[in-house]
Design a protein around this ligand. Structure first.
Ligand code: GUN
Length: 293
């Protein structure tokens, strides 16, 4: 039976380290890192995320600036806000919650953010830095996955890693991070021939497809480390709903060496890494050594 990787506990520890780092920045430099979060519209899931981000930002002692705009907001107005935040010295990190309403081009907005404040790591400059091994801001969910993997395995060199899913937010940066740790990386997706066979070769299997319980235990190599990024709401008992991952946990945990549960696995790591990235950006902006690596 697999070790259950406790992302909730790991994220709590990381937030504690972030809080200590924020304290040191205040005491030694009078610097309070600040994170601006921009929400356009009223998508209920996005509202929950933004509220949690704001709350956790304050809990670690940083400043939180929330900007809530109507879902009819035009692109020019949003770009003007980004421009203001880019020039605001109190703001070290800027996050624009996705998805954006249809009238707004997400790429244009993301690439308008100062790359050194792009704590999501979505700007083309940060994508390029990650792809070429230059220092930069790394997307939060893949960064959280890497922390859990390194904690579990130690040295990842030479491991066969399969990432199922090729999104810009998770799959592609995850592949780049695994490659940087000397894994042999396969990025699989909906058109992959023999997906079960590809998955069965993986020492490290990362599932980021957004399809409930798509990966069964018999796709998992015995002893593999399984990281489940999926968060899918499905019908549960008595008319209630419940959250499940992209991996069928009951069958996979019988085969894997270690596995993240849903909820309580990768999910809590994302905001913890966002806070970490904000401290990184605040340190870089003030030419202070970053002490959280
Ligand atoms: N929407 C879903 N995930 C994310 C994320 O990681 N960052 C942003 N900005 N929006 C999201």
């Amino acid at each position: 039976m697999a070790t259950r990787i406790d992302g909730k506990a790991f994220a709590a520890q990381l937030r504690e380290k972030v809080a200590e780092s924020v304290n040191r920045l205040k005491e030694a430099h009078g610097l309070v890192p600040g994170l601006a979060v921009v929400l356009v519209g009223e998508d209920p899931a996005s509202q929950v995320y933004v509220r949690n981000k704001g709350k956790q930002t304050l809990e670690v002692g940083m400043n939180s600036y929330e900007h809530k705009l109507a879902d009819t907001t035009g692109q020019a107005e949003l770009l003007e806000l980004i421009n203001q935040l880019n020039h605001d010295a109190k703001v070290h990190g800027i996050l624009v919650q996705l998805p954006l309403p249809n009238q707004i081009d997400s790429h244009a907005v993301i690439n308008a953010i100062d790359p050194n404040k792009d704590v999501d790591g979505f700007h083309l400059v940060n994508v390029g830095r990650l792809a070429t091994g230059a220092p930069g801001l790394v997307p939060c969910t893949p960064l959280g996955c890497m922390m859990l993997l390194k904690d579990q395995i130690g040295d990842l060199s030479g491991k066969s890693a399969v990432v199922v899913g090729r999104s810009n937010i998770v799959g592609k940066p995850m592949g780049a991070l695994l490659l940087a740790e000397n894994c042999t990386v396969t990025t699989a997706h909906s058109r992959t021939a023999d997906l079960p066979g590809v998955c069965r070769d993986a020492d490290i299997l990362v599932a980021a497809v957004g399809r409930a319980e798509m990966i069964p235990g018999d796709w998992v190599k015995p002893g593999a480390v399984v990281i489940d990024v999926g968060i899918n709401r499905v019908a549960g008992d008595a008319g209630k709903t419940r959250l499940v991952g992209d991996v069928d946990y009951p069958s996979a945990q019988a085969v894997a060496g270690a596995i993240t549960p849903v909820p309580g696995g990768v999910g809590p790591m994302t905001i913890a890494c966002l806070l970490r990235n904000t401290v990184q950006a605040a340190c870089a902006a003030n030419a202070i050594a970053f002490d959280l690596d």
